[in-house]
Design a protein around this ligand. Structure first.
Ligand code: NAP
Length: 234
């Protein structure tokens, strides 16, 4: 797909990976709607990016936003959705474990209500996470959710064809998910990667590049691209 002149909805497009994706799409000439609960916090938006407010957990709100934005060619799901639950499963607060799945429910809403207005040659990209296929101690909730996202995309791909759907699985990426920008966040993110094949945190732009690849390459569907600095081999 040549994204020039195409319309894209980027859920979670006001921060981190989603914002980097919105900027890269706009740079290539796409008309981008960046969506989150508090979009006004987004800064330094280039021309071609407009903001809308929506909580991806609210199915009716997602359906209304997709209907009013239709038609469009690209849908990216990068909203964290809710809280991240970490720690050993046998000590886990089960409500926290369930809330971690807000990410999946948000993506499911975006695909359920977003696909009907998506161009026949359009595509969807979701973001999972490296624990999906290699969980480290304390990451069982993240692993469960990420694995569900990847299985969801593989499973739904035949149903929505000829539209395409793919997933990008990031490793540790230095974004506002780890707090405000600054040396403290840099140190936290890099420390987590000290034993990786590429011993540093990734950038939101590096993940966005993979999202752009999956949007632009019309021969890819139902798969996951890892952008993880070698997490799976570490
Ligand atoms: N950073 C990493 O190391 C990493 C690693 C693996 C996977 N991931 C995944 O990558 C995706 C993007 O993460 P990120 O690092 O870019 O995080 P981020 O910088 O915190 O951005 C998250 C975005 O999601 C939006 N959002 C969160 N909950 C929402 C909701 N309920 N409804 C609508 N929008 C919502 C946020 O805006 P509002 O708060 O205004 O709603 C924000 O725009 C997430 O799925 C995350 O799990 C990240």
């Amino acid at each position: 797909m040549n994204v020039e002149g195409k319309k894209a909805l980027v859920f979670g497009g006001t921060s981190g990976i989603g914002l980097a994706t919105a900027k890269q799409l706009a740079k290539l000439g796409a008309n981008v709607v960046a969506i989150s609960r508090t979009p006004d916090r987004a800064r330094d938006l280039p021309p071609g990016v407009t903001l809308k407010a929506c909580d991806v957990r609210a199915g009716d709100a997602v359906a209304a936003l997709c209907a009013e934005s239709a038609p469009y060619d690209i849908l990216v799901g990068a909203a964290t959705g809710g809280e991240r639950a970490t720690g050993p499963f046998l000590g886990m607060d089960m409500d926290g474990y369930k809330r971690c799945f807000d990410k999946l429910w948000g993506y499911a809403n975006c695909v359920r209500y977003g696909t009907e207005h998506l161009a026949k040659d359009g595509c969807i990209v979701l973001v999972s996470g490296a624990p999906a296929r290699r969980s480290r101690p304390g990451q069982i909730a993240l692993s469960s959710v990420g694995g569900a996202v990847e299985a969801f995309a593989r499973g739904i791909a035949p149903e929505i064809a000829p539209r395409r759907i793919n997933v990008v699985s990031p490793g540790v990426i230095n974004t506002p998910m780890f707090g405000p920008a600054g040396p403290e966040r840099d140190a936290i993110a890099d420390k987590r990667c000290a034993d990786h094949l590429i011993p540093r945190a990734g950038t939101a732009d590096e993940v966005a590049q993979a999202i752009l690849f999956l949007i632009q390459n019309d021969f890819v569907t139902g798969t996951t691209v890892d952008v993880d600095g070698g997490w799976l081999l570490t």
